[in-house]
Design a binder for this molecule. Sequence first.
Ligand SMILES: [Cu+2]
Length: 120
Amino acid sequence: MRRRFVLLAGAVGLGLVSRLAAAHAHLQGASPAVGSTIAVLPEKLVCTFTEALEPSLCRIEVRGPSGTRVDRTDLALAGDPRRIAVSLRPDGAGVYRVAWVAVSVDTHRTEGLFSFTVAG
Ligand SMILES: [Cu+2]
């Protein structure tokens, strides 16, 4: 209950909070890499952050070139408390857009967008 309240307050003050967020979970890297062009869509998208995550509160939504959601909503830690992965469903060549929300173990929330391209 307390955590829920903290999250809500965090979401309301997100603009301010993220500016003060020296030690929060920022995206350190992804596979496929941010902005990259790849030949074949991998089975999973893996995102690595700068802080340990609370996986049950994190979200990753991936939309394929057709605009439909292509992640299989099976987000889970991937062998490291700072790393989460989600399975992907192929949606052809084009731009895949990723929207992420990361909640670190200190319950602070960050979010962002990036894309990668699957070459035709
Ligand atoms: Cu924090």
